[in-house]
Design a protein around this ligand. Structure first.
Ligand code: SME
Length: 162
């Protein structure tokens, strides 16, 4: 079967995540390379989920810094210190960040001024070590909620904590 852009996906958000989660697991079965896994997650989610404008990873590089990893979308900032912006907050606190209006988030880093809301999740390996954060930005305000947090968390856990 082909995983290219499809127009027959479920309209229900949770059902759509469930379908894509299975497709990601199937494509990555037997592939241990972390870059390949990150690139595949970013590509498949970006393609399948409506309202995803920038989708990708910032990888931990040194004790307190993130560097951009595989992503889909317009040019992203290259490096973000822990504690800076939404990605830096997720890395520093290891907590999911859901921001309904990025313009109201103190210290938000505007890589592309068209982004209005975002979700950032910490990504941990099998030992529970922080390896990256996963960032999705949308041009819509309030695009992300607990359903996104739950499903993205599940996909990231299944893909990287193995
Ligand atoms: N919005 C992020 C920066 C990364 S990009 O938007 C691609 C932040 O404030 O952490």
């Amino acid at each position: 079967m082909s995983y290219a852009a499809r127009d027959d996906r479920p309209t229900d958000k949770a059902a759509r995540y469930q379908e894509v989660a299975e497709e990601i697991a199937s494509v990555l079965d037997g592939e241990p390379n972390r870059t390949a896994r990150m690139a595949t997650v970013a590509s498949m989610l970006h393609d399948a989920m409506p309202g995803y404008f920038w989708t990708g990873f910032y990888v931990v590089d040194g004790p307190d810094e993130l560097v951009v990893g595989p992503y889909q979308g317009t040019l992203g900032c290259l490096r973000i210190k822990f504690g800076r912006g939404v990605c830096g907050a997720a890395a520093a606190t290891r907590q999911v960040q859901i921001v309904e209006d990025v313009n109201a988030f103190p210290g938000h880093i505007a890589c592309d001024s068209r982004s209005n809301s975002e979700i950032v999740l910490p990504v941990t390996d099998a030992e529970g070590e922080l390896i990256a954060v996963f960032d999705v930005d949308s041009t819509e305000f309030g695009r992300f909620d607990q359903v996104d947090a739950e499903w993205l968390g599940r996909i990231l856990q299944r893909t990287f904590a193995v």
